[in-house]
Design a protein. Structure first.
Lengths: 320, 289
């Protein structure tokens, strides 16, 4: 297991636990009470730490190298899953994946950002930073879902859309804008879940839907704390302050009415109990889709447009 | 011999060393350094007669050019609010006050209803002097209200973009304005009302990646910087110099993202043509009368 800096107290306890287990396996000593005590201690410590996470710590957790990514969730949730590739214009983007999957007899269109699980794969997936063809592939799949009346599930996990030369040539901005527009009026239910990082337009490009949910240890904002620090503070050293200032945690987002709900993660984060996380996520997606299916299509689209229409805060001052 | 040749055009002075030149008698072109009197420069619609550099202008300037100065401002009662208590090196309210002083207006966007060749048009225009024309809740709401207004009155909408993108001081709220405005545009399309997106220098970030790229007609001023990521970020990412003309209006036209580029002198005429061509049938008699 990999522990983050603020998890050091937990790491120490885990070490004790392992030592105790080793001792027990040698025979002789009965460690069962000590083991139980240690396990209980870990739970208490975890709760203490996880109940008081700062914005920056959530960001760190959302990027935990052992955190499950889109394909893991989709494959684990679905009885059958067939990945579909390519935007039919230019190429197949590896940073956004998609395909048809079934859960209890219902076919869904799954779309998600995909990060790599090791160094080689991280490069292959371009660190989850999509090019225009990724957004266009996503749109192609959504349009297909619309034709066959399958609900769409989008899993968001990106440090941002790729800021490259070719991305600009092929219209990164147009690709994202087109998705915002088309997703607003797609005639099937759309459920979006932030499963890791939700950075800016790159996240929103597959993030317009009827329900927007966030896992507990994730973040969603207009910019990453690092970039925010570099632009506003003109230095990379203020990422912690930037993370606080941006109010990017799920709790803030829910309080602001910018998302619909938070999906609790197992204590210690999704990566400590991925199978349990899969169950929680699957249950929630099924429930949301079932609720949305009941609505009339035009009404659902109107509600979706209104939902985003309400986002924003300002003052009204009459001119003197 | 590139040692002796000037490779980069314009002034390369660092932002820090730049001095605000007071409104004077003379205007020096930012691109070719040609000097003319301010009076002539204004008379030429803030375009350099030497190199055709289109200097940045305000919403009022555009309204004067397009509507001949006769228009009604809409939704002027909306003002920015610091609902996040956002503070970086400066607090957001301080930035708003400074921006109001610098730009001489209350928000980064002004919406106006006027006529071009007797045909109605609503224009929502940005002011770059107001926190870089950045999009926050007020801009999002103004655009949404402008769309509703255009749907209700069946009047074509034009948005003049001049913005660095989403306003960081409103964090996720500013991000969601991208979805809010794009979603609302579907209603304009449904009502059969045309939307013209006019991009001027600069149009980047969340503005480009939402309504600016969604026009029925996308067009731009010559030489404008238009893109998703800023040139500096791209340069740092790819660790190479960017090709000349990258992310300019001409580059976008060439890559198929603009319908045309129009000089400011021909702007009014071109908009008049568009309004004539898109004229709605039930309005035809009124305007021809």
């Amino acid at each position: 297991m990999i522990f983050l800096d603020f998890e050091k107290p937990i790491e120490a306890l885990y070490k004790q636990l392992e030592d105790a287990k080793k001792l027990e396996s040698k025979g002789d000593v009965d460690m069962s009470t000590a083991l139980k005590e240690l396990e209980a201690k870990i739970k208490v410590k975890q709760k203490e730490i996880y109940d008081n996470l700062t914005g920056w710590q959530r960001v760190q957790l959302s990027r935990h190298p052992e955190r499950p990514y889109s394909l893991y969730y989709i494959k684990a949730m679905c009885h059958k899953f067939v990945e579909l590739h390519g935007d039919r214009y230019y190429k197949d983007d590896k940073a956004i994946i998609g395909g048809l999957g079934s859960m209890e007899g219902q076919t869904y269109m799954f779309i998600g950002h995909q990060k790599g699980v090791n160094t080689k794969m991280r490069q292959y997936r371009n660190f989850g930073m999509a090019n225009p063809e990724g957004y266009r592939k996503a749109l192609r799949l959504m349009k297909m879902a619309e034709r066959f009346n399958y609900p769409v599930v989008c899993l968001i996990d990106t440090p941002g859309a790729y800021p490259g030369l070719e991305a600009e040539e092929r219209g990164q901005a147009e690709a994202i804008a087109r998705n915002l527009y088309e997703m607003s009026k797609l005639r099937v239910p759309i459920v979006c879940v932030v499963i890791g990082e939700g950075a800016s337009g790159g996240a929103l490009g597959i993030g317009v839907g009827d329900r927007i949910l966030m896992l507990e240890n994730t973040w969603y904002s207009v910019i990453s704390p690092e970039s925010c620090s570099s632009i506003l503070w003109r230095s990379w050293d203020y990422k912690e302050q930037a993370a606080e200032a941006l109010k990017l945690t799920p709790n803030h987002m829910l309080e602001f009415g910018l998302i619909d709900d938070i999906i609790k993660e197992p204590l210690g984060g999704a990566h400590t109990a991925p199978e349990e996380m899969v169950k929680l996520l699957k249950k929630r997606i099924k429930r949301e889709v079932a609720d949305l299916m009941v609505l009339d299509t035009d009404e659902r689209i109107d509600l979706r447009i209104e939902k985003f229409g309400k986002m924003g805060d300002f003052e009204r001052i009459e001119e003197k | 011999m590139s040692w002796f040749k000037r490779l980069r055009e314009g002034i390369t002075t660092k932002t820090k060393q730049k001095k605000e030149i007071p409104e004077g008698v003379w205007y020096k072109c930012k691109k070719c350094s040609n000097t003319i009197t301010s009076k002539d420069h204004i008379a030429n619609l803030y375009i350099c007669p030497e190199c055709n550099y289109h200097d940045r202008i305000t919403p009022d300037d555009y309204f004067n050019i397009i509507f001949d100065g006769r228009y009604t401002e809409l939704f002027a009662d909306l003002h920015s609010k610091d609902f996040l208590n956002f503070t970086d090196v400066k607090s957001y309210p301080e930035r708003i006050i400074a921006a109001k002083q610098k730009a001489g207006r209350m928000t980064a966007m002004e919406v106006a209803h006027g006529k071009v060749n007797r045909l109605d048009l609503v224009i929502a225009a940005m002011d770059f002097k107001f926190i870089g024309g950045s999009m926050g809740s007020v801009m999002g709401e103004k655009i949404a209200l402008a769309i509703d207004y255009c749907v209700e009155h069946k009047i074509p909408l034009m948005i003049i973009s001049k913005s660095g993108g989403a306003r960081m001081m409103e964090a996720a709220f500013s991000l969601m304005q991208m979805a809010k405005t794009s979603a609302r545009l579907t209603r304009l399309a449904k009502a059969g009302v045309p939307y013209f997106s006019f991009m001027t220098d600069p149009t980047t970030g969340g503005v480009t990646a939402s309504f600016a790229m969604l026009g029925d007609i996308n067009f731009a001023e010559p030489g404008a910087l238009i893109g998703f990521a800023g040139p500096r970020v791209i340069k740092e990412t790819i660790k190479k110099d960017l090709p000349e003309g990258f992310q300019t209006s001409e580059f976008l036209l060439d890559h198929g993202f603009l319908d045309f580029i129009v000089d400011r002198q021909n702007l009014k005429e071109r908009i008049g043509d568009l309004l004539h061509l898109f004229r709605m049938k039930d309005k035809a008699e009124v305007s021809e009368a």
